[in-house]
Design a protein around this ligand. Structure first.
Ligand code: HEM
Length: 98
């Protein structure tokens, strides 16, 4: 079984990513991280969904649609320091262990 299947396939991953960005929107501790994202988080959620799909052993949607991940390069346009990193990790940790 792939990690993708273990978290419930497309439906499970979609729920996880949706909840992740809901938390980023809601948690005061994630405000710095939220502030560097677009006003509408829909496209960010779609991109993370596509990326994690392939990374977890499911369909490689991100690579098919957008090319090589090059995640470091894709983050260079935003200023990411400790508060932004802590917020991101807090949201992801909460999603995995509510
Ligand atoms: C260290 C904390 C992180 C912060 C603060 C952060 C922040 C951001 C921001 C502000 C964007 C641009 C929003 C957008 O394109 O809609 C972005 C894009 C993205 N992030 Fe992160 N990110 C972090 C970690 C990660 C990690 C660990 C992953 C992968 C598991 C990831 C995957 C992505 C992807 C796939 C995109 C879309 C890239 C593109 O096509 O432009 N990020 N991130």
């Amino acid at each position: 079984m792939t990690p993708y299947e273990a978290i419930g396939g497309e439906h499970g991953l979609r729920s996880l990513v949706t909840r992740f960005y809901q938390l980023m929107d809601e948690l005061p501790e994630a405000a710095a991280c939220r502030a560097i994202h677009p006003a509408d988080l829909g496209e960010s959620a779609q991109k993370l969904f596509e990326y994690l799909s392939g990374w977890l052993g499911g369909p490689p949607l991100f690579v098919e649609k957008r090319g090589p991940p090059m995640l470091r390069r894709r983050h260079l346009h935003v200023a990411i320091a400790t508060p932004e990193i802590d917020g991101w990790l807090l949201c992801f940790t909460r999603v995995l262990a509510p």
